[in-house]
Design a protein around this ligand. Structure first.
Ligand code: URA
Length: 239
């Protein structure tokens, strides 16, 4: 395919008009004009700099953002630049690296799902405290987690004088002196999971993020590996 060109259905899906299959239906129905002509062929090539694409006569701007899902390893910082440590951006070897950034932060010693993009609006929506996007973590905790802790997490924990956490879901996966748990939180305060366990007298010794909203870590990604989001994932997190 020539540089700067993209299939019509991909152009529309990337622009957030719908999923690839949804936009194919619009195209079939004759709702899409390219340079003033109805195009019913989804594979029609669009020149992203020159073609004028309209859906129901509305001009569609092409915005080709990058979206990467990274399985963050420990030892790497969730920042764009750092004087001492490797950053999550250093792990990305393609795309427009200049302006991608991590959507939120994981601690240096935390592993797991991190979304990287240059789409500021999407990042803002996912991080907005008002949206209460759920984040699921797997944790190993030094201490015996019981129903008592489940109840306390459910009720909310006071982490600061004027901050009580929203109800969080705690699930015991393996009980014991070292407990393996899954925890879901709906906000993202600094060191939140670690501080929640501290508040009940326990220490998190391993932490990994499994999901953020509708986006789930691809279990085939090894630590340090990444891939682009699929269209399906993208349309789910945009919702
Ligand atoms: N909570 C933490 O304590 N650390 C993280 O990295 C993420 C959530």
């Amino acid at each position: 395919m020539m540089k700067g060109s993209v299939r019509l259905d991909k152009f529309l899906a990337d622009a957030g008009i719908g999923t690839r299959s949804e936009v194919k239906i619009f195209i079939n129905k004759g709702r899409v004009l390219v340079d003033g002509v109805i195009i019913k062929d989804s594979s029609f090539k669009i020149n992203i700099d020159k073609s004028e694409v309209r859906v129901d006569n509305k001009l569609i701007e092409y915005s080709r953002f990058d979206y990467f899902m990274l399985n963050k390893p420990a030892g790497v910082v969730s920042a764009t630049v750092d004087n001492f440590s490797e950053t999550v951006i250093d792990l990305i070897k393609e795309g427009n690296k200049k302006d991608i950034f991590p959507v939120g932060r994981l601690d240096k010693d935390t592993e797991g799902l991190l979304l990287l993009t240059n789409d500021g609006e999407l990042a803002h929506n996912l991080l907005s405290p008002k949206k209460h996007v759920g984040k699921v973590y797997y944790a190993k905790v030094n201490g015996v987690v019981t129903e008592n802790e489940i109840k306390k997490f459910e009720e909310g924990l006071q982490l600061e004088e004027d901050f009580i956490t929203l109800p969080a879901k705690l699930k015991i996966l393996e009980p014991g002196e070292i407990s393996c748990v899954e925890i879901t939180i709906y906000e993202g305060k600094f060191h939140q999971v670690k501080r929640m366990f501290e508040a009940v007298g326990m220490e998190v010794i391993y932490l990994k993020r499994l999901s953020m909203g509708e986006l789930t870590l691809d279990s085939t990604l090894a630590l340090g590996e990444y891939r682009r989001l699929t269209e399906q994932e993208l349309s789910e997190i945009r919702r």
